[in-house]
Write a protein that binds this ligand. Structure first.
Ligand SMILES: [Zn+2]
Ligand SMILES: [Zn+2]
Length: 153
């Protein structure tokens, strides 16, 4: 059985957006095996164009709210027990995740998965990112290439 890297409770397997993930019943943190986050996002990719721009939150304020100081104790990979490495999920996301240095997956604290979804579902945010990418001459393909590249590190 996999144990929560934060509090050592046994993780429960749950289905989220059609993807099986490991959830801690105590702290609500989530372990994602390598590839599972992409699966969650792929299931939601079709939602992008349906989000009304008027309802989108300001991406700068959102990012500031997410950029919280991290003073947590180190976590270990639930698969190999290696110390997890903290890194920003994607450029400009301001979302810090704990990743296994050997590529088994990542730990998301409570709310971080929801923040990631907010990040991707926020049409205004996406437009700004795409605009910045186009300014760099990379376009949509470059956006996703960099996104997944950052995730895999
Ligand atoms: Zn926990
Ligand atoms: Zn590992």
């Amino acid at each position: 059985m996999r144990k929560c890297p934060v509090d050592d409770f046994t993780l429960k397997t749950e289905t989220y957006e059609g993807v099986a993930i490991d959830v801690c019943p105590h702290c609500s943190g989530v372990w994602l095996d390598a590839g599972e986050l992409e699966s969650v996002q792929a299931a939601q990719a079709s939602d992008f164009r349906d989000v009304p721009t008027s309802g989108a939150m300001d991406s700068v304020r959102a990012a500031e709210g997410m950029a919280q100081a991290r003073s947590e104790t180190p976590r270990n990979c639930v698969v190999c027990n290696s110390g997890l490495v903290q890194k920003e999920y994607a450029f400009a996301s301001q979302i810090i995740i704990d990743q296994c240095p050997k590529g088994h997956g990542m730990w998301l604290d409570k709310d971080e998965l929801a923040r990631l979804e907010m990040f991707y579902e926020d049409q205004e945010d996406l437009d700004k990112i795409l605009a910045s990418m186009e300014n760099e001459g990379k376009g949509l393909g470059g956006f996703f290439t960099r996104l997944w590249g950052n995730l895999r590190g």
